[in-house]
Design a protein around this ligand. Structure first.
Ligand SMILES: [Zn+2]
Length: 175
């Protein structure tokens, strides 16, 4: 697993690259390429009844499994702007104030092509709109806090961890 896996020549000048999986250097044009994790933003969308909105994926990877609305940040994009953009694109919803929940690492794609992802999750209330599934979403459904899909129905291990954190936040404290 490495974003630079298989890179042999410089994409700028086609000189043979030097280095390892963490970074590659081009002796021809002095470019350096770093293998960083890709930042992703995701929304744990809540309604007034305390339910959570999940999106069933209509595309690979993990076609047919449940995911949180979200996606990759664009270059230079503010993370919360990216969160609102992705939520609007995938569900048509306008997000209200966001509450930070956590950051988890994951992998996107298969085997040597897989990219490491850094996934930032916020809980958000819906400010306006009714959820309408976009092209890459097969279905949007509200789930009660105690009745979320099980691990084998979730798209990424990160989603499982984010849902567990969200449910733990909502559980009454034991002390
Ligand atoms: Zn070069």
């Amino acid at each position: 697993m490495a974003i630079l896996h298989g890179w042999q020549t410089c994409p700028r000048c086609a000189t043979a690259l030097e280095g390892g999986e963490a970074q590659l250097h081009c002796p021809g044009c002095d470019s350096t390429y770093y293998a960083n994790s890709a930042p992703c933003v995701s929304a744990l969308v809540e309604d007034v009844e305390g339910r959570l909105l999940l999106a069933r994926r209509a595309v690979e990877p993990y076609l047919g499994l449940w995911d949180c609305p979200g996606g990759f940040l664009e270059e230079g994009e503010d993370p919360l702007d990216g969160l609102r953009r992705e939520l609007a694109e995938e569900t048509g919803l306008v997000a209200g104030p966001a509450r930070f929940v956590g950051i988890w690492m994951d992998v996107y794609g298969d085997a040597s092509e897989a990219a490491a992802t850094l996934n930032i999750y916020w809980a958000v209330q819906v400010e306006e709109g009714q959820p309408v599934a976009a092209d890459d979403v097969a279905e949007l459904r509200w789930f009660p806090a105690g009745g979320l899909p099980g691990p084998d129905e979730l798209a990424f291990t990160t989603v499982e961890r984010a849902l567990a954190a969200w449910e733990a936040e909502r559980a009454p404290h034991a002390y």
